[in-house]
Structures are given as structure tokens and as C-alpha cells.
Design a binder for this molecule. Structure first.
Ligand SMILES: *Cc1c(COP(=O)(O)O)cnc(C)c1O
Length: 451
């Protein structure tokens, strides 16, 4: 019982004791937690959003800050006892502003979808029109799909992409002029081309709309100058912190040169209405432990190792796209300009069959409808893959080719029966799974940046 009575004076005491107690007193949960770490090590994630949170973010989120309930902003709280949470939130804000060269940053949103809804609530009235990218063309659920909040509260109009996977800016402009949306959302979930934020702004200025950029998928590329920044082009930018920023699950709201200008039709500035919309508008107490984890991730994102990590994300994406094309697979747009590769499958294999067969062999991918594809997402023959995770494994050019080779060999052995049923010999499946594990062992997940 000695361990139970030892004082817990430091963050290290808390983490050590927590791990020891879990192991000793709650083996059931501890074993699941360990099993998930093992699963992540033994499977190859080619999901375009996936990046493992860095250990310092994990440690910061497991901190005593979770015990503090606060509301409001640093220095303007509705509670006392806030000296450290104020310092943590101010630090996260400072780092977010510095990393993205923003005038305004809010670090409280619990997720990117929350951040989007907070921005929509701040800037639009129910019934207003929102122009966003169609889900099946690469957009995100929160941008205006039928079931989502946005569609329930606003009139959603959608634009798509060209056959080359480029945003159809002509269509964006036509829709903007015809529907006069209050807000145009730009940014995507399954998109392999550079987004021209300036062009969105020019269209919005012509149509009298506000631009909301969502860089959840490309935040690291933006932060390191590998993708044009929307901060000054858009009125407001949001991102999640758990994809390329490799931080905790959460969202950020940012604004650049428009932060202190008046919102069209309102008497307050963007900064003021955004602040109000987050808290008390849609959120109670922020998760300060998660804000600390965001600060850790943002700090890391300003370091040379993070820059190198983003360099690897881009290089491996080019490498993989070339390797697929060398195997005669069609890559939408003939390559990629970011971390995402959109593939078209062949031989009657649908995206959902490929997703399931590859998962059985230890490789995780996402099915995805191709540009201008009318079939359902189950019948469509598109696959979306990305390099966030394999770049954390330091997979080199040769490794990229080996992974592509394995994926192609698996798909060659799949016999489709219709849109969703298929056969893959169990003996082969087991062999493929071992080959995936061998690659995972050759390229283990490391604390990114420790080389
Ligand atoms: C992942 C993603 C989101 C949603 O992030 P959550 O934090 O899970 O809500 C929003 N927008 C885009 C473009 C995304 O890719």
C-alpha cells in the first residue's frame, strides 16, 4: 500500500502512478490500451488524415490541468485559481498566432467540426446559404452534407472538382453569383491539389460572401510553407490539431488581416463575434489539458524536425504516386501536390472491396469516390491514401515502392463478386499480413523528429 500513500507532487508522479495503478488494479483496461499501441505498430496506415500524436502532446493532455474548470478567456475568467491555466492558454494562443502568422487565434474548440459550427453560428443567420465542397467530391461532412448541422440550419449549395481533381473554380464562381452565399467554405478531406485561397477570396469579394478556409488536412504543409496559407486570404481559417499537427483531438480558429475588420452586416469585428460564438455561445468550459497538448504540438510544429517531417510527407507522396503509376494505376490529376493520392482501381474492384481486403492484410486505406463519379461510395472504384503516418515511420523511397508493390500484389489476388463481396485466399492473406508486419518492423513508428 506504500505506493498509494505516496504524495503526487509532480506531473511525472501522476503519470508514473497512473500507469502503475492501471497495470496493477485495472488489467482489463490496461491490456486494451497496450493492444491498441501494438495494433498501430503492426498495421500500416495509409489513411490520409492519420498522424500519431507526439508523446509530449500525450503527456500534456494527461495533466492535472484537467482538474480546473474555467470559462472565458485568459485574464477574463469566471473562476479563480486560474494562474496556470491562463498561462497555458496564453501560450497556446501565442504559438498558434506565431506558427500561422495570424492576428487572432482561439484554441478552445473541442474539434474541427465544432470550430466550423462556431464560425457559422458567429457569421451567418439560420437560413443563410453556405457554399461548400460536395462530400463525394472530397469535401467534409461538416461543410454542408444532408445529415450535418450545416444542412439542418442553412441552405447548402455544393461545388465539385474537375476530372483532374482540381476544384472547379468556374463552378464555384457561377454558384456564388447565382446563390449569393453568406459563407463560402474552402478546404477538403480527400483532395490532392493545391487550394487557391486567393481565388476563393476574389470570388467571395465579387459575390459579397465571407471565406472560411478549413485546413484540417494540410495544416502542417501550410505551417511550413509547403502549401499557400489562407490566413490573410480567408476571413477566417479553422483546423483540427490531430491530423498533420500531430497533436490532441481538437480545433483552432484563426484569422489574419480581417481579424479586426467589421463583419459585413454586423457592428462587431470578426475577433469579437468569434470569441462570443465559442464561449459562451456554444461551449462551456474548455478542456485546458487539451489546450496544453495543443501548445505542445504547436511548439513542436515550429521546430526543424517538424519541418523535416512535412518534407518527408511530401516526398513520400510523390514517391508513392509515381510507384502506383508505374504499375499502371490511374492517379487522379497524374500525381499529387500534397500528402494525398487519389487512385482509381481496376479489374472491377470497388473501393469498399479494396478497403476490406487490404485491412485483412494489415493495411488501412479509405474508399473514395473519384471526381465526377456518380456511383455510390460502395460501388465506386476510388481509393484515397496519404503519407502522414508512413512519414512518421521514416519510410524511404525504397520502402514506398515496397509498400505500393505489396498493395498491388494484394489487389491482384482479390476476386471481386459484385460491389462488396470478394474472395482472397486465406493462405495468401496470411502471407500478405506477415509481409505488412515485416515492413512495419523495418520502419517502426518513432518519436517523429528524434533522428
Ligand atoms: C477531419 C476534418 C474535419 C473534422 O475534424 P474533427 O475534429 O474530427 O471534427 C473537418 N474538416 C476537414 C476538412 C477534415 O478533414
Amino acid at each position: 500500500m506504500a505506493a498509494d500513500t505516496e504524495p503526487l507532487r509532480t506531473q511525472a508522479d501522476l503519470l508514473r502512478r497512473g500507469l502503475a495503478d492501471l497495470r496493477a488494479e485495472d488489467a482489463e483496461l490496461a491490456s486494451i490500451l497496450d493492444a491498441e499501441v501494438t495494433r498501430q505498430h503492426r498495421t500500416l496506415s495509409l489513411v490520409s488524415s492519420s498522424c500519431a500524436a507526439g508523446p509530449r502532446s500525450l503527456a500534456a493532455s494527461a495533466s492535472a490541468l484537467v482538474n480546473v474548470t474555467v470559462e472565458g478567456a485568459p485574464g477574463r475568467r469566471h473562476y479563480s485559481g486560474c494562474e496556470n491555466v491562463d498561462r497555458v492558454e496564453a501560450l497556446a494562443i501565442r504559438r498558434a498566432r506565431e506558427l500561422f502568422s495570424a492576428q487572432y487565434a482561439c484554441v478552445q474548440s473541442h474539434s474541427a467540426s465544432n470550430a466550423i459550427y462556431q464560425v457559422l453560428t458567429a457569421l451567418a443567420e439560420p437560413g443563410d446559404t453556405i457554399l461548400g465542397m460536395a462530400l463525394e467530391q472530397g469535401g467534409h461532412l461538416a461543410h454542408g452534407r444532408v445529415e450535418a448541422f450545416a444542412e439542418a440550419n442553412y441552405k447548402a449549395v455544393r461545388y465539385g472538382t474537375t476530372s483532374q481533381g482540381e476544384i472547379d473554380y468556374t463552378e464555384v464562381r457561377q454558384l456564388a453569383m447565382a446563390h449569393r452565399p453568406r459563407i463560402i467554405i474552402c478546404g477538403a478531406t480527400a483532395h490532392s491539389r493545391v487550394v487557391d485561397f486567393q481565388r476563393f477570396r476574389a470570388i467571395a469579394d465579387e459575390a459579397g460572401a465571407i471565406v472560411l478556409a478549413d485546413i484540417s488536412h494540410i495544416a502542417g504543409l501550410v505551417a511550413t510553407g509547403r502549401h499557400p496559407s489562407p490566413i490573410d486570404a480567408a476571413h477566417v481559417t479553422i483546423t483540427c490539431t490531430h491530423k498533420q499537427l500531430a497533436g490532441p483531438r481538437g480545433g483552432l480558429i484563426l484569422s489574419g488581416r480581417d481579424a479586426d475588420t467589421k463583419v459585413p452586416g454586423l457592428r462587431s469585428s470578426f475577433r469579437r463575434v468569434l470569441e462570443q460564438a465559442v464561449s459562451p455561445g456554444m461551449q462551456g468550459a474548455p478542456a485546458v489539458n487539451v489546450i496544453a497538448a495543443k501548445a505542445a504540438a504547436l511548439g513542436y510544429a515550429m521546430s526543424p524536425p517538424f519541418d523535416a517531417y512535412m518534407g518527408r510527407i511530401r516526398a513520400t507522396a510523390d514517391e508513392m504516386a509515381c510507384a502506383f503509376m508505374a504499375r499502371d494505376y490511374e492517379v487522379v490529376g497524374g500525381g499529387t501536390e500534397n500528402h494525398t493520392i487519389l487512385l482509381r482501381l481496376r479489374g472491377g474492384i470497388s473501393g469498399s472491396i479494396a478497403e476490406s481486403a487490404l485491412e485483412k492484410c494489415g493495411i488501412i486505406v479509405s474508399k473514395k469516390r473519384g471526381p465526377r463519379e456518380n456511383r455510390s461510395s460502395f460501388a465506386a472504384n476510388g481509393l484515397c491514401i496519404g503519407t502522414g503516418s508512413i512519414a512518421q515511420r521514416y519510410v524511404d523511397a525504397q520502402g514506398c515502392r515496397q509498400i505500393v508493390d505489396l498493395v498491388c500484389r494484394i489487389l491482384d489476388q482479390v476476386q471481386p463478386h459484385g460491389e462488396q463481396k470478394y474472395t482472397l485466399e486465406p493462405v495468401l492473406q496470411e502471407q500478405f499480413r506477415q509481409q505488412t508486419e515485416a515492413l512495419c518492423t523495418m520502419y517502426p513508428i518513432r518519436e517523429y523528429g528524434d533522428r
